[in-house]
Design a protein. Structure first.
Length: 132
């Protein structure tokens, strides 16, 4: 895929389809090997990593402008929260993940995020990632 992309030998749509096929295969195998409850956790963890990096970049920007609006994704947070809440795992780490996503969800439902909100999202996501 990388070679094709560098050579501009495929369209964005073709690239997206190939990546989507790999994602489906990987999550299917993961669900089969580790159990279906693991897939939403991996998906949520991937999203949390992205949110953490984004919040960190916004917090470090000299003039973040409206970039904080990129973190306002309450529906996405709710999706991952629902996936984790269906898990029957009662471990302290899962409880922490639920609590952290609930806090992030509350913040992302605001009409506008402040620099303090961005810092809080960075801190919460960083603590959750460090725990795993």
């Amino acid at each position: 895929i990388i070679d094709h992309s560098k050579a501009d030998a495929m369209s964005r749509q073709e690239l997206w389809l190939q990546v989507e096929e790999m994602r489906e295969a990987a999550y299917g195998e993961l669900g089969h090997e580790a159990g279906e409850d693991v897939v939403p956790l991996v998906q949520a963890g991937t999203w949390v990593e992205g949110v953490h990096l984004l919040a960190k970049a916004i917090g470090q920007a000299e003039d973040p402008g409206t970039a904080a609006s990129l973190l306002r994704q309450p529906d996405v947070v709710a999706y991952f929260l629902d996936g984790i809440q269906t898990s029957e795992d009662a471990s302290p780490l899962i409880a922490m993940a639920r609590g952290t996503l609930e806090e992030i969800h509350t913040i992302t439902k605001k009409d506008a995020l402040t620099p303090e909100d961005v810092k809080t999202i960075e801190q919460l996501s960083g603590e959750l990632l460090a725990a795993f």
